[in-house]
Design a protein around this ligand. Structure first.
Ligand code: HEM
Length: 409
């Protein structure tokens, strides 16, 4: 396998895929193409987050995620940004290894079973319909704020039984919690701590209000009444709540925005979908593949090993670039194109793989599917009016603003 020449110290490595501008400017495509072709495992010596391996193709990501004892989620966290001294530590089960991970995941998993999805469907459909019916047709508005954020925030409020009028706080906390660029900025780090404590205090009150009450089907009650989670300390409780808020918020939001953007980029695919709403289920998978709302997850090697002929040392960190693996031509032919009838769209890695595979995947699919169905029922089309404003970060991958106008077909 060919490898790439190492960069001189302190030079900007053009293949350092952790640089936020690559995602803000949507210029990650070419360097990842080069990495996939020439160095599926590539070592970046100097980055703002320190040295790390970039894993950019499908097969080694599946391999690494299938060996959670060898590639830990706990040893160094789940993003290329390391936790630093002075950071508040909020243990969450996405950043735990077995056996602790297993017990805590089991606690929230019942909130996402197929029967729970059936139970939530009518509510989500009703909320989606209300939002769509209030939108102007033929007048510009921001799709991210009025549809993607509003819908995901409402869904989380339902899931947590969160006070309805305060639901935008969930968006606010989630945006602060999920922004790993803050690791580079001491002033904003302090501000983030303040905001997360405010979030902790708010949820602490909700938690108190449910103690001693009959179990209810919301996540806070489920956590209170479970063995694995009921003995958590406050930081662990907060960490797991934030995990669910960020996990459910930024990600689903960005695939809803991607639905609007992708169909505008591929009008022939849009025409197919408008002609046959039966394609919605597969289109949901394909949009999630094409967009990939979290660019990467990180693992840390627990011992010396080898992947794809490269020597990995104990303690090395590996960024698993889902955003690139989902464009791996050996798995997804014509990967850069949205093809809503793609036979293997479901094989995408946007939800990860293995023991940490997204626990909320069904809920995300349900919400995005319902959005498309309700748009189809109303024969509504989203027309994007300009290039969207994108998030400058290598973790949450998505859109800040997307000016659009609705029309009927
Ligand atoms: C884990 C993506 C929606 C909650 C993950 C992982 C990814 C991911 C990549 C880590 C997988 C790994 O390490 O192998 C997404 C995407 C979504 C989405 C792309 C939407 C399109 C949701 C929703 C929720 C959620 C709606 C809940 C409300 C979680 C949780 C975990 C997780 C709790 C940790 C699972 C574990 O460690 O066992 N998600 N997610 N996610 N996600 Fe999601």
């Amino acid at each position: 396998m060919a490898t790439l020449a190492p960069q001189p110290e302190h030079a900007v490595d053009p293949l350092d895929m952790s640089r936020p501008e690559l995602y803000r400017d949507d210029t990650w495509h070419e360097p990842f193409r080069e990495l996939r072709a020439r160095a599926p495992l590539y070592y970046t010596e100097n980055s703002a987050f320190g040295p790390f391996w970039s894993v950019s193709t499908y097969k080694p990501i599946v391999h690494i995620e299938s060996l959670p004892e060898l590639f830990s989620s706990e040893a160094g966290g789940i993003t290329v940004a390391d936790l630093q001294d002075g950071d508040i530590k909020m243990p969450m089960f996405i950043a735990m290894d077995r056996p602790k991970h297993t017990g805590q995941r089991r606690t929230v998993a019942p909130a996402f079973t197929p029967s729970e999805m059936v139970r939530m469907t009518d509510n989500i459909r009703m909320r989606t319909a209300e939002i769509l019916d209030a939108l102007p047709v033929g007048k510009p508005f921001d799709w991210v704020d009025e549809v993607s954020i509003e819908l995901t925030t409402q869904m989380l409020a339902i899931l947590f039984d969160f006070p309805w009028e305060d639901r935008r706080k969930l968006t606010y906390w989630s945006d602060w919690a999920g922004d790993i660029e803050i690791a580079k900025d001491p002033v904003r780090k302090i501000e983030r701590q303040k905001i997360l404590f405010e979030c902790a205090a708010y949820f602490g009150n909700l938690w108190q209000g449910k103690i001693g009450k009959e179990p209810s089907p919301d996540l806070i009650s489920m956590m209170i009444h479970s063995d694995a989670m009921s003995h958590m300390d406050q930081m662990e409780f907060l960490g797991n709540l934030i995990l669910l808020i960020v996990g459910g918020n930024d990600t689903t939001r960005n695939s809803m925005s991607a639905y609007a953007w992708a169909l505008n980029q591929f009008p022939k695919e849009r025409a197919k979908l408008e002609a046959d709403p039966g394609l919605i289920t597969n289109a949901t998978q394909e949009i999630i593949r094409w967009q990939t709302p979290l660019s990467h997850m990180r693992r840390t090697a627990t011992q010396d090993t080898e992947v794809e002929g490269m020597r990995i040392r104990e303690g090395d960190k590996l960024a698993l670039w889902y955003v690139s693996a989902n464009r791996d031509e050996s798995v997804f032919p014509d990967a850069d194109s949205l093809r809503i009838e793609r036979e293997n769209a479901r094989r995408h890695l946007a939800f990860g793989h293995g023991i940490h595979r997204c626990v909320g995947a069904r809920l995300a699919e349900l919400q995005i599917g319902i959005l498309m169905e309700e748009m189809a029922k109303r024969r509504l089309r989203v027309n994007t009016l300009a290039e969207p404003e994108r998030i400058a970060a290598c973790f949450v991958h998505g859109y800040r603003k997307m000016p659009v106008e609705l029309s009927r077909y």
